[in-house]
Design a protein around this ligand. Structure first.
Ligand code: GLU
Length: 452
């Protein structure tokens, strides 16, 4: 017997707590979670909170609440604001290696440089003027009270990586400005902390949106400059709205996890849809993350644009409820005060778009229902042939055959008045199953026009 090989897969979801999770950025969490789950690896939640002006504790809490609601539980947790000393150590190492250099340009000066370059039809790449500053010039800037910001010196070599979705990818550093890693107020921008964390937490795979491909070129170089081996990368295509524009927090506020939760959408419907959007895999409801993970393959994510249609989420939500077993629904039915048993659940679940709809059908069963009676004589005739109890799944057929014989009504003219009398609704669960739940006493009362 071979002993199990310990998995070395460690992935991370690294949101900045500067906003709420929404359908776009939660895909990063889901893909990383599923990837880890399938590989028997670990999933890390890392809060990228070095921007202490925009990060808030409330957003951090919100992210954790949303992930817990989706069931995307993490094995490892870290906050970048706890690890500043580690980033300082990495910065010192890069400075010593001549890869991190001080720059004194103000934002205005940089802007003027860029405009001049553009006017000369040159790419607006930073000219590295800071590397030529003399000791006296630096002294003069410092005397003026200027504080430096620090740029990473990109090596002039083609940088490549093998992306699990895009394949072999090349980034030409000549087209990029040396990235600023430390701001003049001493705060770290996202890039260096991310690399340091990916190294220190032994992240094996970085799975993130295609908007990070250029960052990856830079991060691969920084990782190597710190003497480490870059992880494997996968960049998935971003979601667009139905009309093809990038999703926006403002225009698509309905797609925040908070809003979707308030809307009564099921977390497993969201997981199920988002895990398959952008793949050619069948999109079907699944009950558990394990089942979703089993069918998940990062390489199935394509490079094409993906449109997110909320109607698909509604469909998935309904499909999920339609297959939800009573054992899973029962605690929620109890909380909603409408646990009327397994046959009730099985009768009504095909009619649910949202779980809360169950309350309507419980009230239809239990009453009081104000019956809709258009033809009192017909209702009385129907009542007169109502079978005696006990009632089963066959009672409906026996009864409607008898009503047909007595009144001559058939088809819609037979069924609709009965449905309206018994439920006061034109549509609903199959009456064959609903009738035994309503029971003879209530049925008789409703057929007589009494509210019961
Ligand atoms: N905080 C970054 C973001 O939210 C993380 C990107 C990454 O996965 O490295 O975009």
């Amino acid at each position: 017997m071979t002993s199990p090989v310990p998995s070395s897969v460690i992935v991370r979801f690294a949101p900045s707590p500067t906003g709420n999770l929404h359908v776009g950025n939660v895909r990063a969490a889901l893909f990383n979670y599923l990837f880890a789950k399938k590989a028997g690896g670990k999933f890390m939640l890392r809060l990228d909170d070095t921007d202490n002006e925009r990060s808030t504790e409330a957003y951090a809490q919100g992210i954790e609440t949303d992930l817990a609601w989706l069931g995307l539980t993490h094995d490892i947790f870290a906050r970048q604001s706890d690890r500043i000393a580690d980033y300082e150590a990495a910065a010192t190492k890069l400075k010593a290696a001549g890869r991190l250099y001080a720059c004194y340009e103000t934002a205005g000066e940089l802007d003027r440089k860029r405009k001049r370059q553009l006017a000369m039809k040159k790419p607006p790449v930073y000219d590295r003027a800071a590397l030529d500053l003399t000791a006296d010039e630096v002294k003069a800037f410092e005397a003026e009270g200027r504080k430096p910001h620090w740029r990473f010196k990109l090596a002039d070599e083609e940088t490549t990586f093998d992306d699990l979705i895009h394949g072999h990818t090349r980034i030409d550093p000549a087209s990029l400005s040396d990235p600023v890693l430390i701001r003049e107020d001493g705060r770290f921008l996202y890039t260096l902390p991310s690399v340091v964390d990916d190294i220190d937490f032994a992240i094996s795979h970085v799975i993130r949106g295609a908007d990070h491909v250029t960052n990856t070129g830079v991060q691969v170089q920084i990782t190597r400059a710190l003497g480490a081996t870059p992880p494997t990368y996968a960049h998935y295509s971003l979601l667009l709205s139905v009309d093809g524009r990038p999703l926006s927090k403002r225009l698509d506020a309905d797609f925040s996890l908070q809003a979707m939760r308030a809307e009564g959408l099921e977390p497993m419907a969201i997981n199920g849809l988002l895990a398959r959007l952008g793949t050619s895999d069948v999109v079907e409801a699944k009950l558990t993350l394990d089942e979703i993970a089993a069918g998940f393959d990062i390489a199935h994510l394509g490079r094409a644009d993906i449109r997110f249609d909320p109607a698909d989420l509604d469909k998935m939500n309904a499909a999920f409820l339609h297959m939800l077993p009573y054992a899973d629904a029962q605690p929620r039915l109890a909380v909603a005060g409408c646990d009327l048993g397994e046959s009730f659940w099985e009768t009504v679940r095909p009619n649910l778009a949202r779980f809360a709809d169950v309350k309507l059908w419980a009230s239809v069963v239990e009453g009081p229902v104000s019956p809709v009676i258009e033809d009192a004589a017909f209702a009385a005739a129907a009542a007169s042939v109502l079978p005696s109890e006990p009632w089963t799944g066959d009672t409906w057929k026996l009864w409607t055959d008898a009503v047909k014989e007595k009144t001559g009504a058939k088809g819609k003219a037979l069924f609709m008045p009965l449905r309206l009398a018994l439920t006061a609704h034109e549509h609903g669960p199959e009456l064959k199953n609903l009738l035994p739940l309503i029971g003879r006493e209530r049925a008789l009362a409703r057929l007589s026009g009494a509210s019961h």
